[in-house]
Write a protein that binds this ligand. Structure first.
Ligand SMILES: Cc1cc2nc3c(=O)[nH]c(=O)nc-3n(C[C@H](O)[C@H](O)[C@H](O)COP(=O)(O)O)c2cc1C
Length: 209
């Protein structure tokens, strides 16, 4: 006896799969429990080694093909993104049975309106991370949060945070390729869309899974 599971409407529909891919990613902004809330962000270091880390997804714009993350301006990833650099984002949503791989370019922005708005839109507790005295990744002799002692275990006041704004940066990623893998017993589905610069649109294709 075969067990039939209803297939989603996007199963054999390339445009609907594209829309679903963005929906799965965008859910990460609004739903803390969505796996897309904590995607893996890949950059390449000076040796050419891929560097992967989890980051909280803060904003998604399908129109500008962009994802926003927040980070410490002194972190290693910031150095890896000094010039507009190659970057990838990976999401696996087990409930949606979907893997999404975004590739494109990323840069760091620490001055200006975008970073200012991102800073003031974050909770004081989230912004406390940027009060670390030394750069993230600095070797230390004793285990420590890196935060000044007076703020350990406390939520900072707005005026206490002002001095640390310079440590905060937004990481802006712009996709030029989106790859979709949907898992189904009836047969997996895989597709990729490439951003076409001249036509200003996404061109998609089914791929062998
Ligand atoms: C659940 C979770 C969420 C995280 N969110 C962020 C984040 O939003 N921004 C960030 O810079 N690091 C975040 N981190 C820490 C990074 O994974 C990483 O350890 C840190 O940014 C240093 O990376 P780098 O040395 O490549 O710069 C998070 C880690 C975890 C486990």
């Amino acid at each position: 006896m075969t067990h039939q599971v209803a297939l989603p409407a996007f199963y054999n529909d390339l445009d609907a799969s594209f829309a679903e891919a963005w929906n799965v990613v965008a859910a990460g902004v609004t739903d803390r429990n969505s796996p897309a809330h904590t995607p893996t962000v890949g950059t390449v270091d000076a040796d050419g080694t891929p560097q992967l880390r989890i980051m909280i997804l803060r904003a998604v714009s399908r129109d500008s093909r962009s994802l926003r993350f927040h980070t410490d301006a002194r972190s290693d990833k910031t150095a890896q993104l000094r010039d507009e650099a190659a970057a990838s984002i990976l999401v696996y949503d087990p409930a949606a049975k979907t893997q999404i791989r975004l590739s494109g370019r990323a840069h760091i922005t620490s001055d200006g309106d975008l970073a200012d708005t991102a800073w003031s839109g974050s909770t004081p507790f989230a912004r406390r991370c940027y009060m670390a005295e030394a750069a993230p990744g600095t070797p230390i002799a004793q285990p420590s949060s890196g935060l000044p002692e007076w703020i350990e275990g406390k939520q900072p006041e707005e005026h206490q945070l002002a001095d640390y704004r310079g440590n905060f940066a937004a990481l802006m990623f712009q996709a030029d390729s989106i790859e979709w893998l949907y898992l189904a017993n009836a047969g997996h589905r895989r597709a990729r869309w490439q951003w076409d610069q001249t036509q200003n649109l996404w061109l998609g294709n089914w791929l062998v899974p």
